[in-house]
Design a protein around this ligand. Structure first.
Ligand code: IPE
Ligand code: IPE
Ligand code: MG
Length: 246
């Protein structure tokens, strides 16, 4: 079992939870609403779940907000998602210091609109001033697991070419240090709502030994009780990491 009790004898939640925030479009379509209404509702769910994670003592929450493949969607949908991100970032700039929420981005920010990048840089600066012990939300934006690995490999190769590194120095720990998730432990629990049972290019390197939890609930309907269910399922898992239970 993934038993891990805290000082009060209660089962400690996973230190790092990753969520593929999926099902916004279907949620809206079922209500006869435009898909963008689903993204709006999904952004609200993210706010609630992040607050809940912080309150129950989760240290890192990594969410998939926009993949390297999501650019295939209509211009209307992509700009609605970007506008929601901007709104969220503007709020975050005002509240993260007060609420002790560190915010970090995973993904290639190069094709992201300059105004969003400026806001992301601002939240990074605020995060720098917050304590390393504070709750941290990682938002994956224009993120793809393969793209992250390629960018890391490229940077390592550049360091080798510049004489700062030697190829034989590369091991798992050194390579992890080149990823967007550098310094952050791997997620113990990976949640995907909406009934899909695939990774869709999320955290390919980091979830080598994550426990996967799937639910048919659509992301805008995902609430605290659903997260409790996922954590309870995680606690019932037998994590062996390739070994044999004594
Ligand atoms: C997840 O919800 C949000 C993004 C991918 C940006 P979807 O928009 O994929 O919702 P469904 O899967 O179409 O219901
Ligand atoms: C994954 O969901 C990306 C995000 C939730 C941001 P998608 O809806 O894009 O994935 P597929 O297309 O169902 O695999
Ligand atoms: Mg989807």
């Amino acid at each position: 079992m993934a038993e891990n009790r805290n000082e009060t004898g209660r089962l400690a939640p996973p230190r790092h939870i990753a969520i593929i925030m999926d099902g916004n479009g279907r949620w809206a379509t079922r209500r006869g609403l435009p898909r963008t209404a689903g993204h709006k509702a999904g952004a609200e769910t993210f706010r609630n779940i992040a607050t809940y994670c912080k309150n129950i003592g989760v240290k890192y929450l990594t969410v998939y907000a926009f993949s390297t493949e999501n650019w295939k969607r209509s211009e209307t949908e992509v700009s609605a998602i970007m506008a929601l991100l901007k709104k969220y970032l503007l709020e975050a700039v005002d509240t993260m210091e007060r609420d002790h929420i560190r915010l970090h981005f995973f993904g290639d920010m190069t094709p992201i609109a300059p105004e969003l990048r400026v806001l992301a840089r601002e939240t990074d600066e605020i995060t720098e001033h917050l304590s390393k012990d504070d709750f941290q939300a990682n938002v994956c934006l224009n993120y793809g697991g393969r793209d992250e690995i390629l960018r890391a490999a490229r940077r390592f190769a550049e360091d080798c070419a510049a004489g700062k590194r030697r190829p034989e120095e590369l091991d798992e720990a050194a390579f992890s240090g080149y990823l967007d998730s550098a310094g952050i432990p791997d997620p113990e629990l990976m949640i995907r709502p909406s009934g899909e049972q695939r990774l869709s290019n999320f955290l390919l390197w980091q979830c080598a030994y994550s426990e996967f939890y799937y639910t048919d609930v659509l992301w805008p309907d995902f609430d605290e009780a659903e997260l409790d269910k996922a954590i309870a399922a995680y606690h019932a898992r037998d994590r062996r990491f390739g070994g044999v239970k004594k």
